[in-house]
Unconditional design. Sequence first.
Length: 250
Amino acid sequence: MSISRHDRAEPAVRGYAVTHPPGVAALPIQAGWDQLLYTASGAMTISTPAGSWFIPPHRALWIPDGAQATVRNRSPAAVRNLYFATPLGVAPPRAQAVAVPERFGRELLLHAVRRCPLDLGDPVHAALLTVLVDQLRGLPEASVWLPWPSDPRASDLATALVADPAAGLTSLAHRVGASRRTLERAFGAETGLSLGAWRRRARILSSLDTLAAGASVTQAAIEAGYATPSAYVAAFKQELGQTPRHFLNG
């Protein structure tokens, strides 16, 4: 891809580095800009109206222009943010997590953040942006995504399940005013997952925050609502194809 000065005269890319302390924070929305958030160290869960993603070290999340997002992390997380002018057409049309390859890709991204803002009127900046965009467009999709249902009752159930992973589905269904069968249909239609599969993924997603903060597998299993560590590890491997530690160490 070649990006010329004629595409956009003003700075086309902005960037900054920040370490998020433990807690929850809303990401700033920059109208007219697509955001790429990269975790240099630490890990975080990023939530948008479409769903939630767990972003471990050396993964990144594309957040399209105008999308509201919050980050949650239980230990400090060093992130690097790049904002691309939307007319460049760099970002995918929906939020998407990607894996950043070792060495060249990571160093290129970090170098771009240090050099920001990138002005297409500067030949060096234009060349850097051309290489960067080519690399970013080829990144494989990665990480754990939890799609969120839009049906009000299904959304209420999803919120309750995230808050209390061990809660019984039948009692929660009664609480939100719908039958379990109705909720099963809603989850399948709106998330592509059965209610049971969605709940398992939600449990695993919540446990990743716990593990990333340095907790043991046993503690993560208990907080996620599993009766035993072995049951938790089995569910983890079924969901992600790896053991918890292997996944985090990537």
